[in-house]
Design a protein around this ligand. Structure first.
Ligand code: GLN
Length: 250
């Protein structure tokens, strides 16, 4: 798609319920970085009971949530949105799910004697163990590809706070490797999940304001741009990223 005519269409799933740690900041970041470049930006939401249009967005977003909010959403996700989400992912749309949203991308989230179903978009399971919540600043390293720059090693920095421990199925790729912090389960050194354009991560922060490069990667990937995004003055964004890395001890 050509940059001057492109509009990034974003659909936020459960924008009221799955929205903690300023997840809205991630959406604002996408909007600003589009608009600053003259790209269009359109935000839609799909709440409880709403059908999801599998062709309606370039990027589907699911934010974090408390266990009780996840409980409200899980059944609805399976009943009203699962199929459309699979279809969207199959046509290459970006799916970005953070923390509670990440947990709901998998098969299940087992907590306190009950098991919430997930979208089954990636082979992973989450279990709420008895141990302490995994909380703190976190930094991960990932190899990320771009059609213009090839593959580069980059760092994402953010903040995690989750009781659930997520385990990826055999052969499933993480988003990155933990440099500092706990990651998916505090044990295997893996963080998040990456299956094509489907991405899950425990990094709040919010994630994108602390990692502007990743916001741009998402925009360019979702829009399949034919040329690199125009550079922006990222002096403040670079400071935010440096600060988040420092907070994580990197
Ligand atoms: N409720 C989930 C957990 O505690 C996710 C929390 C979150 O989104 N921060 O594991």
């Amino acid at each position: 798609m050509h940059e001057s005519t492109a509009t990034l269409r974003v659909c936020a799933l459960y924008p009221d319920l799955m929205n903690i740690y300023a997840d809205r900041g991630n959406l604002l970041m996408l909007e600003r970085r589009c608009r600053w470049r003259g790209l269009g930006f359109a935000l839609d939401g799909a709440g409880l009971g709403d059908a999801l249009d599998p062709g309606g967005a370039d990027l589907y977003y699911v934010g974090g949530g408390q266990d009780r909010d996840q409980e409200l959403c899980a059944g609805d996700l399976v009943e009203h949105k699962r199929e459309a989400l699979h279809a969207a992912a199959a046509r290459g749309a970006v799916v970005l799910a953070v923390c509670g949203g990440f947990q709901l991308l998998g098969h299940s989230y087992a907590l306190g004697g009950r098991t919430l179903p997930g979208a089954g978009l990636v082979d992973l399971r989450t279990v709420r163990a008895d141990g302490p919540r995994l909380i703190g600043n976190v930094a991960i390293e990932l190899a990320i590809e771009s059609r213009f720059d090839g593959v580069a090693n980059r760092v994402l920095a953010g903040f995690e706070n989750h009781g659930g421990r997520t385990h990826l199925g055999p052969g499933v790729k993480p988003l990155g490797r933990v440099l500092r912090g706990h990651g998916n389960n505090g044990a295997d050194g893996l963080e998040g999940v990456r299956a094509g354009n489907v991405i899950g991560t425990y990094l709040h922060g919010p994630l994108l304001p602390k990692n502007a490069w990743f916001a741009d990667w998402l925009i360019a990937t979702a829009l399949r741009l034919e040329r690199p995004l125009a550079p922006l003055d990222d002096a403040l964004e670079d400071l935010a990223h440096a600060d988040a890395r420092k907070a994580a001890g990197l």
